[in-house]
Design a protein around this ligand. Structure first.
Ligand code: BYC
Ligand code: FE
Ligand code: FE
Length: 483
């Protein structure tokens, strides 16, 4: 085993897993590589494949110095396989195998379940790149364009991370799954991506920022719970992915925050007090706050669906088998077996939304989703500080978890954002107040004018507080060439 913190750049695929000494896996990955590049060229960022982009590349797993910044053409990005360091003493920390040594090989009895988890995780990564591929053309600045591409190449690396596990630990069926990951397409009716939210469009930059805030945050929560896995290689790869994930959520939170800041500033300058005077605010070329709320409602609820059903035997099996834990499992104070405890779950009972105690094991998805909602709330509160500081009377709010759902307890009912059950007629009448309407979409689209001059930003978004890698405000984050 040549597993070190040193990253080997001598193979085509940078890695710290000793690929040079593992010819079988190296060969399999080298065979997969051209298909990946082909996918990247056809489904990756459209129109910028020859541009020089100021990107960070993971070159080490040292938390203090893991990345380096430089201009790279995206197809030449060094997508590598990087696992967090191995802890020889690591134990399974939950479920029926609690206390056993963490597994370095796939436990035979859990092989299918584990493969399924890895494939689902792997499927989301290229899906998001596909969803975002057309956004470069309408980037509101070179800074934002660079952040988009950074997120995209890292999602590409996350696909590599899962494909490595499939090739290394799952033999022939692993190779087949890895191939399928390059075949499915976001939004395709015949071969869609696996999870709902990853087949939705990301039509504009506000959606992109909402997606990286809400949906990449589901990514964070899922990776956190897979990082707890008793299957050590999965745990280690997820731990390293989480280092990158933080930037994706930063892009989302600051992106929405900067749109809010610009709107409030424009309202102040124009003397507009009423945030609900949408027509007046839109005349200023900024996005009115009620529309930002609607976009948040949409992306939050699509992301809630990614947690699966509130009560799920799949989730119970994943946990009990030691494959997928809870958020910060090792810091939770309980028995980590959960066979004799309950957890409160919001359910639909006799046409009412009620809190019901369910066996904690089957409520694992609900628990992770609760932790997710708390994490989202933190960001929403920070956005509200921006609004408050500007002196505008408006506050963003996360809608009820019963609102606009397609998976789980509330999939067959309609509810308002404050959790009132509605008839189909009432829903149809009101839904355009709560979710982006065609008209809202058209307005936002009209704002999506590219702004590619160094140091300049589109009308609807404020500049960031600091540059990437401490670069000055007019830094040329992307040298477009092919413009
Ligand atoms: N859409 O027991 P249930 C990320 C299926 S994001 C479609 O309720 P379970 C990223 C389910 O598969 C993180 N189908 O759910 C972010 C099952 O099907 P089968 C991705 C859905 O299994 C941004 C059936 O319904 N990682 O990394 O407990 C950019 C009943 O399932 C959906 C993971 O998700 C849905 N939303 O939980 C880039 C981690 N929900 O088996 C990247 C791995 C459920 O009956 N995945 N179904 O055919 C899992 O842990 C679980 O599979 C889920 C679902 C949490 C997704
Ligand atoms: Fe990812
Ligand atoms: Fe991400």
């Amino acid at each position: 085993m040549a597993e070190t913190s040193h990253v080997d750049y001598s193979t085509k695929i940078p890695n710290n897993v000793g690929l040079m000494d593992d010819q079988r896996v190296l060969k399999a990955l080298e065979q997969w590589h051209p298909g990946y590049i082909d996918w990247w060229m056809t489904m990756g960022p459209e129109g910028f494949q020859t541009s020089d982009v100021y990107l960070r590349t993971a070159i080490s797993i040292d938390p203090k110095g893991w990345a380096k910044f430089d201009y790279v053409k995206m197809p030449e990005y060094r997508w590598g396989i990087l696992l967090a360091p191995r802890d020889e003493e690591r134990k399974v920390s939950f479920g029926a195998h609690k206390g056993e040594k963490a597994w370095q090989e796939v436990p035979g009895e859990y092989r299918a379940m584990l493969r399924r988890l890895i494939v689902v995780q792997g499927d989301t990564e290229p899906a998001s790149v596909e969803q975002q591929r057309h956004l470069g053309k309408t980037a509101p600045s070179l800074y934002d364009m660079r952040n988009l591409f950074q997120v995209n190449v890292e999602e590409g690396r996350h696909l590599w991370a899962m494909v490595y596990l499939l090739h290394k630990y799952f033999g022939k069926d692993g190779r087949e799954e890895a191939e399928q990951l390059l075949q499915r397409r976001s939004g395709d009716v015949d071969k869609p991506r696996m999870l709902g939210a990853f087949n939705e469009a990301t039509p504009d930059w506000l959606s992109f920022f909402m997606f990286t805030f809400f949906t990449d945050r589901d990514g964070k929560m899922q990776l956190e719970s897979l990082a707890q896995s008793g299957f050590d290689p999965l745990s280690r790869t997820c731990r390293f992915m989480l280092t990158e994930e933080a930037h994706h959520m930063f892009v989302g939170e600051t992106g929405v925050g900067r749109a809010i800041e610009r709107t409030c500033q424009a309202m102040k300058e124009a003397g507009i007090e009423d945030p609900y005077d949408v027509a007046a605010v839109r005349r200023l070329g900024v996005i009115d706050l009620p529309t930002i709320q609607k976009k948040a409602n949409l992306h939050f609820t699509l992301s809630l669906d990614l947690f699966g059903s509130e009560v799920s035997t799949n989730a119970a099996n994943y946990y009990n088998s030691g494959l997928k834990g809870r958020f910060q499992e090792t810091r939770v104070e309980d028995d980590h077996v959960l066979t004799s405890v309950t957890y409160p779950v919001l359910k639909l009972v006799d046409s009412e939304i009620r809190m019901v105690e369910e066996p904690a094991l089957t409520a694992i998805n609900m628990r992770l989703r609760d932790d997710y909602v708390k994490d989202c709330q933190g960001g929403v509160s920070r956005w509200n500080k921006v609004i408050e500081k500007a002196g505008v009377k408006f506050a963003l709010k996360l809608p009820s978890v019963a609102f606009h759902r397609h998976i789980g307890e509330f999939r067959n009912i309609e509810a308002s954002p404050d959790g009132q059950l509605l008839s189909q007629g009432e829903w149809e009448k009101s839904k355009d107040q709560w979710l982006p309407s065609k008209e809202d979409g058209d307005y936002i689209e009209s704002l999506m004018q590219p702004c590619w001059e160094r140091g300049k930003f589109a009308s609807w978004i404020a500049p960031p507080k600091v540059g990437i890698d401490n670069k000055p405000g007019d830094f040329e984050y992307v040298k477009i060439h092919n413009g």
